[in-house]
Design a protein around this ligand. Structure first.
Ligand code: PLP
Length: 464
């Protein structure tokens, strides 16, 4: 064993014995086969064994400006040296104040009140807690139910997880079920045979209207929706869905929370997608991930001024007891400001808009592969959904790990993808060039071909 192999093996043991990873399964709790990613440069990351891979998932939909930006390191180091931390509870810091103003300048409507959080889950948590607080202050404590959707993902704190509608995540975990009502899947790919997309859209909007009526508008506080359901499999609702849902919310005095943790910060070619892509001005936007391009943790819950104003106007001397030690952390805020500076200097939003047609065309061309049953996406996010046939018990198991199989082949070929059951997601750093987009999809196509050949060999799929 070489010195380097010994070192890697020691680290693997520590990782397996001492780290409980997110979404750890009891069957793999001491798994020591994870890929260690050690460094990054642009759209590439390098593993501990020296393999250089395209970062297909962009970390976790967050590495917008790409890896290894010296300016980010410098901005954070300067801030840490000047002021590494101070409490946001009774004090403030200039860097966070500057960032709040920059965010407010980029949000739609009067969404100018920024509550800084530590990430996406805490941003969602804070949004819900604000909505509850406001209704208590306005003297309607029964108006508390939140409407969410099947396949939604809003985070992993108790409250954010309770709003998440991915069935696989619920089996072994508790949720605040009484608080939440889930609407059926909005994926047009799953609509009944023979139903038009227009009819499907009408049905989905009616699902929201009917749910509010059934629960009683006096009991429903808010509807929360990702513009595109990201972790649920990049589900793009039919065109016009968000606009129509906002109208339903307005009709019933229900607030609309747009969870832009993934769609914000350039993923769809704009700072925020709610207004620019989907034509809505929601009441609250939640953001995280791309805000710092993943360099340090930070999130924000951005609230419409008029909601704060009427809460204040109620004159109740009420304290909104919500916030975090690290709300508006100066080092994270410095990273977020530098992130914005890089976006603007490098014209990143315009770049995303210009390469999106190529990205989406390459994604759609994967439909030609017999294993692929759907390809969907928007901006620089895409997902392919696969099917293993024939449908017997073994095939069902294969369905579940087909995404993982494709990822394994892609890693051999120089690309990391994000497997989700029978799907694979790509949301690369936004700096990806046209040539690199071709390189990424060429590898993905080959990874799918190799997986198809494996499944055929094992009798789990037939392309014929
Ligand atoms: N909201 C959405 C739409 C997300 O995709 C995620 C994470 O993937 C979250 C919230 C939670 O963010 P975090 O993991 O930073 O808490």
């Amino acid at each position: 064993m070489t010195q380097q192999t010994k070192e890697i093996s020691k680290l693997r043991t520590w990782d397996a014995e001492n780290v409980l990873h997110p979404w750890e399964n009891t069957a793999s709790v001491h798994d020591d086969t994870r890929t260690f990613v050690e460094s990054g440069d642009g759209i590439y990351v390098t593993t501990q064994t020296g393999a250089k891979l395209i970062d297909g998932p962009g970390g976790m939909w967050c590495s917008q400006i790409g890896h290894g930006r010296a300016e980010m390191g410098k901005a954070m180091a300067e801030q840490a040296t000047r002021l590494g931390y101070y409490s946001p509870f009774n004090n403030s810091n200039a860097t966070a104040a500057r960032l709040a103003q920059e965010l407010a300048a980029r949000t739609p409507g009067d969404l100018n009140t920024v509550l800084f959080t530590t990430g996406g889950s805490t941003a969602v948590d804070s949004a819900i807690r604000f909505v509850q607080f406001r209704n208590n202050v306005l003297g309607r404590p029964q108006k508390k139910k939140i409407i969410s959707r099947q396949k939604a993902y809003h985070g992993s704190t108790y409250l954010a997880a309770s709003l998440s509608g991915k069935e696989r995540d619920k089996g072994w975990m508790d949720q605040a079920s009484d608080l939440v009502h889930f609407l059926p899947d909005v994926n047009p790919f799953r609509r009944p045979d023979g139903m038009s997309v227009a009819d499907f859209l009408a049905e989905k909007v009616n699902d929201l209207d009917a749910a509010i009526i059934e629960l009683g508008a006096d009991n429903v506080a808010a509807f929360i929706a990702e513009p595109i359901l990201a972790s649920g499999g990049v589900i793009v609702p039919p065109e016009g869905y968000h606009r129509a849902c906002l109208d339903v919310c307005r009709k019933h005095d229900v607030l609309y929370i747009s969870d832009e943790v993934v769609t914000g910060f350039g993923r769809l070619g704009h700072w925020f997608a709610s207004e620019k892509v989907f034509g809505i001005v929601p009441d609250i936007i939640t953001s995280a991930k791309g805000m710092t391009s993943g360099y340090v943790p930070m999130g924000a819950c951005i609230i419409a001024d008029h909601l704060v104003a009427d809460t204040v106007a109620a004159g109740k001397d009420a304290t909104f007891s919500n916030g975090f030690t690290y709300s508006g952390h100066p080092v994270s805020a410095a990273a977020a400001l530098m992130n914005i500076e890089i976006f603007e200097r490098d014209n990143l939003l315009a770049h995303v808009q210009s390469v999106t047609p190529q990205f989406q065309a390459r994604l759609q061309s994967l439909r030609e592969l017999p294993l692929v049953v759907d390809a969907r996406g928007m901006g620089l996010v895409g997902c392919i959904e696969c099917r293993a046939e024939p449908k017997d018990t073994d095939a069902l198991t294969a369905d579940y790990d087909v995404g993982g199989r494709i990822d394994a082949h892609c890693q051999d070929l120089g690309l990391l993808v994000r497997p989700i059951i029978n799907m694979c997601v790509v949301s690369p750093p936004l700096i990806i060039t046209p040539k690199q987009i071709d390189e990424m999809f060429d590898i993905l196509a080959e990874g799918i071909r190799r997986t198809t050949a494996d499944l055929e060999r094992e009798g789990l799929f037939s392309a014929a």
